[in-house]
Design a protein around this ligand. Structure first.
Ligand SMILES: Cc1ncc(COP(=O)(O)O)c(C=O)c1O
Length: 417
C-alpha cells in the first residue's frame, strides 16, 4: 500500500495529525515539547489526574496487588479491588451493579455488541462519540441516525420502527404488548425485537447535554431502551456528580449507563452500570470483557480515591461549572462563536480545518494549549477549538484565555490582509 501518497492526501486536506509530547503530568500548567503552557483541552475536569491522594491510593494498590492483573477477569485477573470498585460505581450511579472495562471505548463496544444484535435496532444521535458508532457498526443490529438531540425526529423513527404510520397516535404505541428478558426490555410488534436509543450524555465536541427525560419518555412510549454514554458527565453533572441521569433525576429510566474513569475521575478505564442481570449477561457474553486482561490495580486504586473526592468535595464541580459559564460569557462578549452548552466543554467554531489549525498555533505561541478539532471528529466546515476547563483553572486563567483568543484573531486577520 502506498502510505506516503495517502498521507500526502491527508496533509493536502489540512487533516494531518501528529502526536504532541507532554513532558509533565496532566495539570493546569503542562510542559509541551519543552515549553510551559496553560492546559485548556484536557478532560481532567476535576483536576484529579495529578492529585496526591489518587497517587497514594494507586501506589498502595500496586503494593498490595502488583502492577499487572495477570489475566482476564474470568481466568486469574479478578481481584477484591475490582469488585470493590464495581460496588462503589454501582452505588454512585444508583444501579444494581456495574462492570469494569479497560477503557471507555471497550465498554461501549462491549455493551453494543452484546446487548443488541441482528433483528434489533439502534437509534443513535448524529453526534455520538466514535466508540458508540463503532460499537453500533459491529453489533449487527440495524442502525438509524436521528438528528442531534431532536426528539421529533427520534419519535418519527421510533414510530416507523414499531410499524406505525408517523401520524398514528402514541396511544397505539402504548397499547403494544411489552415483554421483559434478562438483558433489556423487548417488545412484540413492529419491525424489530429490541430498540436501543443510544446517546452521549454530554456531547464530547459540542458540550451540550442530551434531552434525557424526553428520550426516556419516548423510549417508554415505544417500548425501547436507553443507553447513555456519560464519559463527559461523570463527576461533573448531577447533585452527586453521578452524570446525566443524576442531573435529570432519571437514573431508574436508563437501562445502560456507560462511563469512563479516564476523564473527571483522573485515571483510565470504563464501566457499564445497570441491572444485575445485564451485568451478569455482559460477563458471560461481552467479548471485550472476556478476551482482555483485567484492568491493572493502580488505576483502580486511584479511582476509589477519586470517587471519595467527588462525594466529599462537591465544590470542585460547582466551581468548574461557574467558571465555564463565566468563560463562555467572556468569549461571547468578545464576539467568538461559542456553541451553546452548560458544561465545561466550550466549542469555538472557526470553520475550515486550516484556519482552526492556524488559530491553535497562535494560541500556542502565547502559551495556551488547545489543539484544533477537525473532521472526521467534527463535521466538515465546523473545525474548532475545543476548550475544556478543569477545577484547577483560576479566574486569571480565563482572562488569559480570552486575551489569547483575541490576539490570535488579530494576528490571523493581519496576516491574511
Ligand atoms: C463520549 C465518549 N465516549 C467514550 C469515550 C472513550 O473513553 P476512553 O477514553 O476511556 O476510552 C470518550 C473518550 O474519548 C468519549 O469522549
Amino acid at each position: 500500500m502506498d502510505f506516503k501518497s495517502e498521507l500526502d492526501a491527508i496533509r493536502d486536506a489540512g487533516l494531518y495529525r501528529r502526536l504532541r509530547r507532554m513532558e509533565s503530568a496532566s495539570s493546569r500548567v503542562v510542559v509541551v515539547e519543552g515549553r510551559e503552557m496553560l492546559m485548556c483541552a484536557s478532560n481532567n475536569y476535576l483536576g484529579l489526574a495529578d492529585e496526591p491522594l489518587l497517587q497514594e491510593t494507586a501506589i498502595e494498590a500496586i503494593r498490595q496487588f502488583g502492577t499487572g492483573s495477570g489475566g482476564s477477569r474470568l481466568t486469574t485477573g479478578n481481584t477484591a479491588l475490582h469488585e470493590h470498585l464495581e460496588r462503589e460505581l454501582a452505588e454512585f450511579k444508583g444501579t444494581e451493579a456495574a462492570l469494569l472495562f479497560n477503557t471507555g471505548y471497550m465498554a461501549n463496544l462491549a455493551a453494543l455488541t452484546t446487548l443488541v444484535g441482528s433483528g434489533d435496532l439502534i437509534l443513535s444521535d448524529s453526534l455520538n462519540h466514535a466508540s458508540l458508532i463503532d460499537g453500533a457498526r459491529l453489533s449487527r443490529a440495524d442502525v438509524q441516525i436521528y438528528e442531534h438531540c431532536n426528539l421529533t425526529d427520534l419519535e418519527k423513527k421510533l414510530a416507523v420502527a414499531r410499524g406505525l404510520k408517523t401520524s398514528e397516535s402514541a396511544e397505539s404505541a402504548e397499547s403494544a404488548e411489552c415483554i421483559s428478558d434478562s438483558r433489556i426490555r423487548s417488545r412484540k410488534g413492529g419491525l424489530y425485537d429490541r430498540i436501543l436509543i443510544v446517546t452521549d450524555g454530554v456531547f464530547s465536541m459540542d458540550g451540550d447535554i442530551a434531552p434525557l427525560p424526553g428520550i426516556c419518555d419516548l423510549a417508554e412510549r415505544y417500548g425501547a431502551d436507553v443507553m447513555v454514554d456519560d464519559a463527559h458527565a461523570t463527576g461533573v453533572l448531577g447533585s452527586k456528580g453521578a452524570g446525566t441521569a443524576d442531573h435529570f433525576n432519571c437514573q431508574t429510566r436508563v437501562a445502560v449507563q456507560m462511563g469512563t474513569l479516564s476523564k473527571a475521575l483522573g485515571a483510565e478505564g470504563g464501566y457499564i452500570a445497570g441491572s444485575r442481570d445485564m451485568v451478569e449477561y455482559l460477563i458471560n457474553r461481552a467479548r471485550p470483557f472476556i478476551y482482555s486482561t483485567a484492568m491493572s490495580p493502580a488505576g483502580i486504586g486511584a479511582v476509589l480515591a477519586a470517587l471519595q473526592i467527588v462525594k466529599n468535595e462537591p465544590v470542585r464541580r460547582s466551581h468548574l461549572l461557574v467558571r465555564a459559564k463565566r468563560l463562555r460569557h467572556q468569549l461571547l462578549a468578545a464576539d467568538f462563536e461559542v456553541l451553546p452548552s452548560d458544561t465545561p466543554i466550550l466549542g469555538i467554531v472557526l470553520g475550515e480545518a486550516d484556519h482552526a489549525v492556524q488559530f491553535a498555533r497562535e494560541l500556542e505561541a502565547v502559551g495556551v494549549f488547545a489543539p484544533a478539532i477537525r473532521p472526521p471528529t467534527v463535521p466538515a466546515g465546523t473545525s474548532r477549538i475545543r476548550l475544556t476547563l478543569t477545577a484547577s483553572h483560576t479566574d486569571a486563567d480565563m482572562d488569559s484565555i480570552v486575551k489569547a483568543f483575541q490576539q490570535a484573531r488579530t494576528n490571523l486577520a493581519e496576516g491574511g490582509a
